[in-house]
Design a protein around this ligand. Structure first.
Ligand code: CA
Ligand code: ZN
Length: 298
């Protein structure tokens, strides 16, 4: 089933009208606008001319039949197809270089044959999803903000081949996604990756044997718990503590052993440090978890 890019919202909100409802497991294709709602189309279109009420649209939401608050869903990302050109911006006050930047600039990044042309540099594509999540139980959360519901996590691991596990907060989940990046580095330090419109193929299913407070992503290499907070320190701390708890719950490790194993071969990593809340993850190598005999199906 196709979710077209003319059906979107700017907040994850339990009151959003679903664009469709589906039974799980379900294969869906989402068409998405870029994070600027396609308001930037040439280098003269600058961040100052943007209508900021129209940033970070997420296509959907989709109501998942028979999914209740408290359930867990797995979103397998089968493919991401990105549209040329990608768009990047530099702006005074934006991102980590905020105070050094004196002039606003827009860069269009042509995409062809698996590479993005950053001026005359060819960067291999690393397509990923910036905004993906479910409606929160409480007040609406703007799509530009990350949290335990998902949202603007800007996590490079949310890419083709990965499976994202999301705790559902309201009946039907109200799943939505958008903000594709053709190429992005950890941190997203300028506030934009190579922002693109595109299409995403996902398979959504219900998960029965795992409990999570925050999103978890599985790639072919790692299992990572993703947390967002006011500061990067807090986000790292939460993701690290929750990974330790995850390991003690689903393996025979004691807390001390889990912590030492994480210290030996796990990685505290930055997802993004430029959104209203910061996002970090703690990643454990999958082969180590498999050797541990983790007692849930991954
Ligand atoms: Ca984003
Ligand atoms: Zn983006």
């Amino acid at each position: 089933m196709l979710i077209t890019k003319d059906k979107y919202s700017f907040a994850m909100d339990k009151r959003n009208e679903p664009v469709t409802q589906v039974d799980l497991p379900c294969k869906l294709t989402f068409e998405t606008l870029d994070c600027f709602s396609e308001q930037i189309n040439c280098t003269e279109d600058k961040i100052e001319t943007l209508d900021f009420n129209r940033v970070n649209p997420a296509s959907g939401p989709v109501y998942l039949n028979n999914i209740k608050a408290g359930d867990l869903i797995a979103v397998n990302i089968r493919d991401i197809r990105v549209k040329s050109p990608g768009k990047m911006i530099a702006a005074p006050g934006a991102g980590i270089l905020a105070n050094l930047i004196t002039t606003s600039e827009t860069l269009l990044v042509p995409i062809e044959n698996g590479v993005a042309s950053f001026k005359n540099l060819e960067l291999p594509l690393t397509p990923m999803i910036g905004v993906i999540g479910v409606a929160p139980q409480g007040e609406p959360i703007a799509c530009g903000v990350p949290g335990s519901h998902g949202g603007n996590m800007d996590t490079t691991l949310i890419k083709p081949g990965s499976t994202l596990y999301l705790p559902v907060q309201v009946d039907g989940a109200l799943f939505a996604l958008g903000d594709l990046h053709a190429v992005m580095g950890d941190g997203e330090i300028m506030v934009s990756g190579v922002e693109v419109s595109g299409e995403v193929d996902v398979t959504i299913s219900k998960v029965y044997d795992i409990e999570l407070e925050n999103p978890l992503v599985k790639t072919d290499q790692v299992l990572a718990i993703i947390a967002s907070a006011e500061t990067l320190d807090q986000a790292i701390e939460t993701s690290t503590i929750q990974m330790a708890q995850f390991l003690t719950k689903y393996t025979d490790l004691t807390l001390n052993e889990a912590g030492m194993l994480m210290s030996a071969c796990g990685n505290a990593q930055i997802s993004q440090i430029v959104d209203p809340l910061k996002t970090a993850r703690f990643a454990m190598p999958l082969d180590v978890l498999r050797k541990l005999g983790i007692n849930i199906a991954f």
